[in-house]
Design a protein around this ligand. Structure first.
Ligand SMILES: Nc1ncnc2c1ncn2[C@@H]1O[C@H](COP(=O)(O)OP(=O)(O)OP(=O)(O)O)[C@@H](O)[C@H]1O
Ligand SMILES: [Mg+2]
Length: 415
């Protein structure tokens, strides 16, 4: 075999390692393959990977080509007073042709495994700027001593080993983060469930008694009691929002479907907002077909959808503006639109606003209240019905929210 052929063969072996790097092989077997290849291509007895351990400040064998990998794993190598340590510190490869002549050589490993180490080549392994360890080969068999070519081979394989190690580290960090996130999510979900449950009872009492008092006291304290009632209603809505969100997330929400005329529900929702709209200097218009818009759906949940869209339209439209609601049948589906002539939504936020806690205005500087949950609930409820919702807008001109609902629930009996 001539030089060129040998070179090609080496490259092929290195490529083979690269290919495994991008497949899903576990780290252990991959590193083992790298050291075996390293020993073979450098014509040496053995090769090994030593990683620096930040905790102990020592180098530890992570993989070895021979059959002593297990024993090596328990033999730490000091950074001060070893060739591997020197390579780690300086970042420069080293060839030692005769370890007995080199005071930097650490005899501890050879002694402990009963092995004579006479020559050695070591290259640093690094990830970006950080040196993580050393790839070394010992005891040249083919040829008198290690060469620059051996250094080159080890360097290439060392890069691959470093990538594999970094990948594995990232994957496990990611996994950990996911698990932690899952735990947090569960905690938050439990917290919401308990808190909203516990809040409901006292709030029910406040609402009940405030209503009673308001009726009994006549005009004396009506204004004050109205404030109490409004505040309590706001709390009630918040609690319902949180519960809806949680049930949507856990998939516990079920549809209670019945057939009804969607025009009635839209009219109800608009009427509920008319006085608020007018108080805010807005006109609220409605455009509904003459024929019934028969739909099989969960009326309460569609109420929540309309309520959220209307509340947004009122909040994000300055005085003097216009809000209109329209609905029509379209190819077996019902399209409902809630539009306004308000502040509008920037193009890049049109999808994001349907995510939880996403608001166009910054939380810290916002003038409008709200938690940024309404639209995520709208989306959840519409999708639960097998429908779709999206937003269209021109900043400064207004926004248009469109809800597309199937007329029938595919799995429902049509209650
Ligand atoms: N009609 C609209 N016009 C302009 N911007 C809107 C409109 N509707 C929603 N947005 C933007 O989308 C964001 C998210 O709306 P969403 O209803 O999810 O939350 P919110 O109204 O801020 O709070 P919450 O509904 O929880 O009380 C709003 O904060 C606002 O920036
Ligand atoms: Mg809202």
């Amino acid at each position: 075999m001539n030089d060129a052929e040998r070179q090609v063969q080496r490259l092929e072996r290195i490529l083979e390692v690269s290919r495994e790097l991008t497949s899903t092989v576990a780290l252990g077997p991959l590193l083992r393959k790298i050291v075996v290849t390293a020993a073979e291509l450098t014509g040496s007895e053995d090769a090994s990977i030593l990683l620096w351990d930040a905790r102990t400040g020592e180098l530890h064998f992570r993989a070895a080509s021979g059959d002593q990998a297990m024993r090596l794993a328990n033999i730490p190598v000091p950074v001060d007073g070893s060739i591997a340590g020197e390579v780690l510190t300086t970042g420069e490869p080293l060839i030692v042709s005769d370890t007995r002549q080199d005071p930097r050589h650490y005899g501890g490993v050879g002694q402990k495994i009963g092995r004579d180490i006479h020559s050695l080549v070591a290259v640093p392994m690094q990830i970006k700027e950080r040196r993580i360890g050393v790839l070394e080969a010992i005891n040249k068999i083919e040829g008198p001593e290690f060469t620059a070519e051996d250094v080159e081979i080890l360097t290439t394989l060392g890069v691959q080993a470093a990538v594999a190690i970094e990948n594995a580290r990232l994957v496990s960090a990611l996994q950990e983060a996911y698990e932690r996130l899952g735990e947090l999510d569960q905690l938050k979900s439990d917290f919401i469930a308990i808190a909203s449950h516990e809040l409901r009872t006292p709030l029910g009492l406040i609402l009940g008694y405030a209503t009673l008092l308001r009726d009994q006291m006549g005009d004396t304290a009506a204004a004050q009691l109205d404030v109490v009632l409004r505040a309590a209603m706001r709390l009630k809505n918040l609690i319902e929002t949180m519960l809806n969100l949680r049930y949507l997330e856990t998939g516990e929400l079920e549809l209670a479907c019945a057939q009804f005329d969607l025009r009635d529900e839209i009219a109800d929702a608009c009427n509920a907002y008319r006085s608020l709209a007018e108080a805010s200097g807005l006109t609220l218009g409605m455009q509904l077909p003459d024929e019934p818009l028969a739909i099989v759906a969960d009326r309460d949940k569609l109420h929540v959808v309309l309520d959220n869209l209307l509340s947004n339209a009122v909040r994000f439209t300055p005085s003097g503006g216009r809000i209109w609601v329209a609905a029509r049948e379209q190819r077996g589906q019902i399209e409902v639109e809630v539009a306004d002539s308000g502040v509008g939504i920037p193009q890049e936020a049109l999808e994001r606003i349907f995510e939880r806690f996403e608001q166009v205005e910054d939380h810290m500087t916002r003038r409008h209240g709200g938690m940024g949950l309404g639209l995520s609930i709208v989306k959840g409820l519409v999708e639960l019905h097998g429908g779709r919702v999206w937003a269209e807008s021109d900043v400064g001109q207004g926004s248009r929210f469109v809800v597309m609902l199937p007329k029938q629930q595919s799995s429902s009996e049509g209650g």
